[in-house]
Design a protein around this ligand. Structure first.
Ligand code: G6P
Ligand code: MN
Length: 441
């Protein structure tokens, strides 16, 4: 696990402890911060206390060491840490634009910093562990996966917990067994739509639009019944930043701190306390985590009047569940259906073969295979194409250190309403991050 000192590592560890197949015998945690590794290590030790079995845990700050003799690589790093995230949010806001870490101008800048590091990782994997599969959690996951796929081809797979959460919540609202249903989902990472839910070959989703259950779950509360009926599909929660851009921006301006700033304070307390008092690290982690879960997507919830997040909206596991199912399907050569970020190869007509898209896949020992999704309406396809153009320019800017590609990425983003503002944002970012200095005018 790259980013092994990260706050979500205990989630993955817990799912390994509960795995009846005991698939993972050794877990190597790599991180650039040794004190983060120590804190998370303490949480994992307490998680494993009393468990009938646990994987061997190794911690290291050497990437080469971490990548020797491994079958699976999880990459969940945050380049620049939460200080970086706070700037990804704060800089666009200063210029009157949505301040979000993965969506909009913040996502572009976060990718500008992350892609070079992700490519270095990809090259190290290709050298040290050429047979390994890479499961990429690193955000912005779609862009980072696409950049890494230039080196690793189909052996890098991007994952996200939002589509699986959406499908599970919709299935519950419809009162259907998610295991028996097929979910017709299409999009890019953090930009997708659930269009149909098939049970016994019949689409049962239309039934939800006429039902009071429509506003009983996360996405229903965020988007509201009228917009969901109008769309005839259920959007990924991240589309709230698009459909309610103006209200969300006003809300962001009204708040004292951004999400990153909030999490930075919260986690500073967790990491220092966990190192000082390892006996209570697990309890502190649980408290910190539940506070984080409750306040998730705070701006959107404030705009929609949705209140804190319900625990039933998060039940059932998030990205750790996707990760374990993906790993089990590959290692055990057992078919699984999962929504993943993979190369398009014809799944979505209108996007080229190498474009990474987020679509339903069948996974087995040969990795994931994207299923053809059929026609996508112009409104949704158009948005996907526009954002893919932004992603491509971002990768180009990061790889060839091109200011003009960076400016094109920011200036043509659908959430940026002025190229003059885009240029100011770029200059502000470049001044904040030394590693972006060669993008200065
Ligand atoms: C969801 C998304 C992740 C993202 C996270 C942010 O889980 O799928 O890609 O990292 O939300 O949550 P946070 O608590 O960090 O704001
Ligand atoms: Mn995600």
């Amino acid at each position: 696990m790259l980013g092994g000192g990260g706050f979500r590592v205990p989630l993955v560890h817990a799912s390994l402890l509960a795995d009846p197949d005991r698939l993972v015998d050794e877990l190597v945690l790599y991180d650039v911060g040794p004190e983060r590794l120590a804190a998370i290590g303490a949480v994992l030790d307490q998680q494993a206390a009393g468990a009938p079995w646990r994987p061997r845990i190794v911690t290291t700050t050497s990437l080469d060491e971490a990548l020797s003799d491994v079958d699976m690589v999880f990459s969940a790093i945050r380049v620049g840490g939460l200080d970086g995230r706070s700037l990804d949010e704060r800089v666009p806001l200063r210029h009157g634009l949505i301040g979000q870490e993965t969506v909009g101008p913040g996502g572009v800048c976060y990718a500008l910093r992350t892609v070079p590091v992700a490519l270095e990782i990809a090259e190290t994997v290709a050298r040290r562990a050429p047979g390994a599969w890479v499961i990429n959690f690193t955000n912005p996951a779609g862009v980072v996966t696409e950049a890494m796929s230039a080196v690793l081809g189909d052996r890098v797979v991007g994952i996200c917990d939002s589509p699986v959460g959406l499908c599970r919540r919709v299935a519950a609202a419809l009162d259907v067994d998610a295991e028996r249903a097929s979910f017709d989902y299409v999009g890019l990472n953090h930009l997708g739509w659930l269009r149909r839910v098939l049970v016994d070959g019949r689409d049962v989703l239309p039934g939800l639009f006429g039902s009071p259950a429509l506003t009983s779950f996360e996405e229903g509360k965020l988007f509201g019944e009228r917009w969901l009926r109008t769309l005839g599909a259920v959007p990924n929660e991240y589309l709230h930043y698009y459909y309610f851009a103006r209200e969300t921006l006003a809300q962001m301006h009204a708040q004292d701190s951004t999400r990153g700033e909030f999490l930075r304070e919260q986690q500073r307390a967790f990491y220092t306390d966990a190192v000082r008092e390892p006996e209570s690290a697990l309890r502190r982690w649980q408290d910190t985590r539940s506070e984080r879960e409750r306040s998730y997507l705070a701006e959107g919830r404030a705009v929609a009047g949705a209140g804190e997040r319900d625990s039933c909206d998060t039940d059932g596991g998030g990205y750790e569940e996707v990760a374990l199912r993906l790993m089990n399907a590959i290692a055990g050569n057992r078919d699984a259906s999962l929504i993943l970020n993979v190369r398009n190869r014809g799944a979505v007509a209108g996007l080229d073969d190498d474009a990474v898209v987020e679509v339903p896949c069948v996974v087995n020992g040969n990795g994931p295979r994207a299923l053809a999704v059929g026609e996508v309406r112009p409104a949704e396809l158009g948005l996907m194409l526009r954002v893919k153009g932004v992603e491509r320019a971002t990768i180009e800017a990061a790889v060839s250190r091109s200011r003009s590609a960076a400016l094109f990425a920011l200036g043509s983003h659908p959430l940026v309403d002025s190229v003059a503002a885009a240029e100011r944002v770029l200059d502000d970012y470049v001044a904040a991050f030394p590693e972006l200095a060669d993008l200065a005018p």
